[in-house]
Design a protein around this ligand. Structure first.
Ligand SMILES: [Zn+2]
Length: 260
């Protein structure tokens, strides 16, 4: 099998970007929230959980296609100022992927203080308007619960990548690559809670399925989350990560069964 035809490679990602650019106007999270555009639009978000170099490779491919998107970085694990600057210079939005409730074991006052400190570190590099919670499947704390007690607007933040979209009346199709599938069945916490009927438009297992769906019908508004570490630049990396994802998915099925 040729590497190019494998799924979850940067080449495949570029194919997806091509079909997105042909069929939609693509927005960053911040742009969408401030402009509330109409028509066929797609919001493109990236959570940089690991393997930070992949995010720059992805950002470059998008830039070649004339696409701008939002990249959320963790502190300190994926916080690399030089690389963040490079991604910003390609025109992308930089956001803060916070996990302060997990880090402080659910201590709200400590968590909000840490939130401010870490946000300041990002703002030494570039402006940050939006944030996105890191949904660690193994932590018992849900980081977005921070906003049941505090208001992110007080910290100069205009939107949260989950909460702000749950509050909008716009009818989005939410698509995420969690578990290296687009079918949305592998995520425990990384889910936008929606009342719309579009959680799983059709069976979109592979990126080719997604591309075909976008070309044929698509949805009017798409919200796509792609984790850069899942999109490999070479075959060795692809094999290693496929193996690890398989292990993670087995683990999540175990957790889901034991929850029920
Ligand atoms: Zn994350």
């Amino acid at each position: 099998m040729a590497f190019k035809s494998l799924d979850f490679t940067l080449d495949k990602y570029q194919e997806l970007c091509t079909v997105l650019a042909e069929n939609y106007t693509v927005y960053t999270v911040s742009e969408y929230l401030s402009e509330k555009p109409e028509g066929k639009i797609a919001v493109l978000r990236h959570d940089v959980d690991r393997k930070i170099k992949n995010s720059l490779n992805m950002a470059k491919r998008e830039h070649e296609m004339g696409i701008r998107s939002s990249y959320y970085f963790r502190y300190p694990s994926t916080f690399k100022p030089d690389l963040i600057r490079k991604i910003r210079d390609l025109g992308h939005e930089i956001g803060y992927h916070y996990e302060v409730l997990s880090k402080t074991n659910g201590d709200y006052p400590k968590a909000i203080a840490l939130f401010q400190t870490e946000l300041e570190e990002f703002r030494k590099i570039c402006p940050v308007n939006t944030i996105c919670m890191h949904g660690s499947p193994l932590s018992k704390y849900n980081n977005r619960d921070l906003w049941t007690r505090y208001d992110y607007h007080s910290y100069g933040i205009s939107g949260e990548a989950f909460l702000s979209f749950e509050q909008t009346s716009d009818d989005f199709h939410y698509l995420t690559d969690t578990g290296r599938t687009w079918s949305g069945k592998r995520s425990l916490r990384d889910v936008i809670k929606t009342t719309s009927a579009h959680d799983d438009p059709v069976s979109l297992d592979s990126t080719d399925d997604l591309i075909t769906w976008i070309r044929s019908t698509g949805g009017k508004k798409l919200y796509i989350t792609a984790h850069p570490e899942r999109w490999s630049a070479n075959l060795g990396e692809w094999l290693i990560w496929s193996f690890l994802d398989f292990g993670m998915n087995v683990g999540k099925v175990f957790l889901q069964r034991n929850k029920a």
